[in-house]
Design a protein around this ligand. Structure first.
Ligand code: CA
Length: 224
């Protein structure tokens, strides 16, 4: 596992680097946004730990550039401020997860493992389908009615979870637990935000909507 850490506070960067190396990860560290972006685009990382506020180029800009080039490398955003707006801003730019500073190293390690597990799922030719929507697990790509859909990795896992549970109402807590590995925190609207992203990609422009809100309960994939 090769991990890139982009963090401008030397002490924190060192702390993370040491912790990751103790887990036998290979670690590269960048101390500003520009060099982080350069490394991320040059090398093939299994995970990127990205600080939000960086000199030269913010974590958001770095994240957007990475997503333009590679939609699947897992990115964990480190934010100093734990407001929902900050989290959503980070996730909006394509990050898969976020951690609020100060955080415990164990928590970062757990998040990295969770993201890596998903990335390392065995390659196969399996496809998940519902109506005219098809998700190809081996290429992590989706299409609907011949139109290809580009997904960020978090959107992919959310869609995969919905497809595996098609026809069943999924609560926000259940989705958060399975897609984010977090117990549901009612202070965040991350699930709703991501369901909306998916809707824009999956249902927009189609007369038959597949992703439905069940008022007071959650979401369901069904044809109506
Ligand atoms: Ca910083």
């Amino acid at each position: 596992m090769k991990i890139l850490v982009v963090e401008d506070e030397p002490k924190l960067a060192q702390f993370i680097e040491k912790g990751l190396k103790e887990q036998n990860y290979q670690v590269d560290v960048a101390f500003d946004g520009e060099s982080g972006k350069k490394l991320a685009l040059q090398r093939n990382y299994d995970c990127i730990v990205l600080d939000l506020i960086l000199p030269n180029c913010s974590g958001i800009e770095v994240c957007l550039s990475i997503r333009k080039a590679d939609t699947t490398v897992p990115i964990i955003m480190l934010t100093a401020l734990g407001t929902t707006e900050d989290k959503v801003l980070g996730l909006d730019s394509g990050a898969d997860d976020y951690l609020t500073k100060p955080f415990k190293l164990n928590e970062l390690l757990a998040r990295i493992r969770a993201l890596a597990r998903r990335k390392e799922r065995p390659m196969n030719d399996e496809k998940l389908a519902f109506s005219d929507l098809v998700l190809d697990i081996s290429t992590k790509s989706a299409h609907r009615g011949g139109k290809s859909i580009v997904l960020t990795s978090r959107e992919y896992f959310l869609l995969e979870f919905l497809l595996k549970n098609q026809g069943r109402v999924l609560s926000r807590a259940e989705i958060a637990q399975n897609v984010w590995d977090i117990s549901f925190d009612s202070g965040t609207n991350v699930v709703d935000v991501y369901v909306n992203y998916l809707r824009n990609k999956v249902d927009k422009g189609f007369s038959t909507k597949l992703i439905h809100t069940v008022f007071g309960m959650g979401y369901i994939l069904r044809e109506e």
